[in-house]
Design a protein. Structure first.
Length: 223
């Protein structure tokens, strides 16, 4: 698909989703620390479970980088248990905490002052931080202009013929960044809208195309 056509299609998708669902106000979180912690905890679980884990951390007055750094594995794992895979996520969260404290002394202003490319590379070098988590931290906590890709995004694009079956994370990310304006608010809203349509309509099985805001666009749910 020519770039101009892809750009137009992506904007039409965004506009149709926004008209259907309205602003998503994502990422839910009162502080940048909470958003970063949530980005780790949301791996392989739904947001309701993450909210319960975040509530536990708040009750323990633990949403502080130095407090988290001083906390033992077992105590942290118990607090985040509702998020599932709590031992694995406790280890991953501790690695992120150790990096934030060791590199920046918990100062997120200093952290997010680094360039997007540099900070993304550094985040990806933290054990347990993958590309989706890194980009979520950059975009939603740091206001960096980077597009977040997830399984919902890939499925929607694949079914509408904008990507091939073997398109990887970086290719999908480049599809958005190469065809949309560099706009943090646009990337923020667009990703959240794709998550919503993925949950509501563009499901792996039994897709609800008749209810989908993108149902009028050519699509193939066998993909």
């Amino acid at each position: 698909m020519p770039r101009s056509t892809t750009a137009r299609t992506l904007r039409e998708f965004h506009d149709a989703l926004l008209a259907a669902y309205g602003p998503r106000h994502w990422w839910p979180g009162e502080t940048r620390t909470e958003i970063m912690v949530g980005a780790v905890l949301t791996q392989n679980t739904n947001w309701t479970n993450v909210e319960r884990a975040i509530a536990n951390l708040k009750s323990a007055d633990a949403l502080d980088w130095h407090r988290l750094n001083d906390m033992g594995h077992d105590e942290l794992a118990a607090l985040i248990r509702p998020a599932g895979y709590f031992n694995v996520k406790a280890r991953r969260l501790k690695k992120l905490v150790e990096w934030v404290v060791g590199e920046f002394d918990g100062d997120l202003d200093a952290m997010f002052a680094r360039s997007t490319a540099t900070l993304r590379e550094e985040l990806l070098n933290v054990n347990g931080i993958g590309r989706e988590t890194a980009d979520s931290i950059l975009l939603y906590a740091g206001g960096h202009v980077t597009f977040v890709v997830d399984a919902y995004t890939a499925r929607v694009l694949r079914r509408h013929g904008l990507i091939d079956e073997d398109a990887d994370y970086e290719l999908i990310k480049e599809l958005f960044e190469g065809n949309l304006p560099e706009d943090e608010k646009l990337y923020n809203e667009y990703h959240a809208l794709l998550v919503e349509v993925g949950k509501q309509c563009c499901r792996p099985r039994n897709a609800r195309c008749e209810e989908c805001p993108l149902g009028a666009f050519p699509h193939d749910t066998s993909r």
